[in-house]
Design a protein around this ligand. Structure first.
Ligand SMILES: [Zn+2]
Length: 299
């Protein structure tokens, strides 16, 4: 893989029980049809998506919910998990679906144990609690794959120095917790961490759909305009591209193939870029189209 060629790595975040059950097999089938290998990150513990309703009271969330059609994309049951319906434990209920992703040739890693808890509360969790979240996810991952995970990707691109320290201690090959431009080693609040970060370089579908006149008819034009030489990382969701937006995503893959881009897994990209990766600042701040701050690569 040469740095000069154009490479696209697809990162698939799987947030929910329904997304694992329905969206993951659909994406595996679609990617298989094109012979593309991607990197899937699984939520392995309880699906507490219903608790997300609380976020309605946070700025911008309601607008985003309706812009992306989230209630229909996620389904009514999912919106009730962890509130009036008990949360399903994803790895326990769907081990074969998760295992099948690697069997189909894709790379696999840990998204989290409890997505809602990490995304909404990480900055306020004691280190011990963050350790517990990653520890339980690691154990569930090992139960399914018979080995330890080599990569994690934080829910909602939410990190703290504590979570980065825990990830360093896990001996991971690389992480994909951030938004930015190129692979790097993170420096956060004055501390330098040793696990390579492969940042997501493009905005997600739910961030840009409905913004600046971008529609389902034009969103792929927008993505094509973002392609840069070197590594491009696109995060998709089993709940979105694997559900209501599969058609649009299929057209994107066709256009990327037409353009002659090469697809790589994040692990292949990490292999290529680890040696040359610089140290860069990492901090939580706000980005367009998202109600919560995300970890953004700085200089
Ligand atoms: Zn997620």
């Amino acid at each position: 893989m040469s740095n000069q060629s154009t490479v696209v790595a697809l990162k698939v975040d799987v947030d929910t029980y329904a997304g694992t059950r329905d969206g993951v097999p659909r994406l595996v089938e679609l990617l298989g049809r094109f012979g593309i290998r991607a990197t899937f990150y699984f939520s392995l513990g309880p699906d507490n998506s219903g608790k997300v309703i609380k976020r309605i009271f946070k700025k911008g969330f309601l607008r985003k919910m309706f812009r992306t059609g989230a209630p229909s994309a996620y389904g009514l049951r999912t919106m009730l998990y962890g509130t009036i319906l008990p949360p399903p434990y994803i790895a326990e209920r769907l081990p074969d679906v998760i295992f099948g992703v690697e069997q189909s040739g894709h790379e696999v890693g840990i998204h989290c144990w409890d997505h809602v808890k990490w995304h909404d509360y990480l900055p306020w969790l004691p280190k011990q609690a963050a350790l517990m979240e990653l520890g339980r996810a690691s154990a569930a991952f090992e139960d399914i794959f018979g080995r330890r995970a080599r990569t994690t990707a934080a829910p909602g691109w939410t990190v703290t120095p504590d979570s980065l320290e825990i990830q360093d201690a896990m001996g991971l090959f690389f992480c994909s917790d951030s938004r930015g431009t190129h692979p790097f080693y993170p420096v956060m609040e004055g501390r330098r961490f040793t696990t390579l970060q492969i940042p997501t370089t493009w905005p997600t579908l739910d961030e840009i759909l409905g913004e600046n006149g971008i529609t389902l008819d034009t969103i792929n034009d927008h993505y094509l305009s973002l392609i840069k030489p070197g590594l491009n990382v696109h995060t998709i969701h089993a709940e979105l591209e694997g559900n209501a937006y599969t058609e649009t995503f299929t057209r994107l893959l066709e256009r990327l193939i037409d353009k002659g881009v090469r697809f790589a897994t994040l692990g292949e990209a990490a292999q290529e870029y680890a040696d040359a990766a610089p140290d860069c600042e990492l901090q939580m701040s706000y980005t367009g189209g998202r109600a919560m701050p995300v970890a953004i690569q700085g200089g």
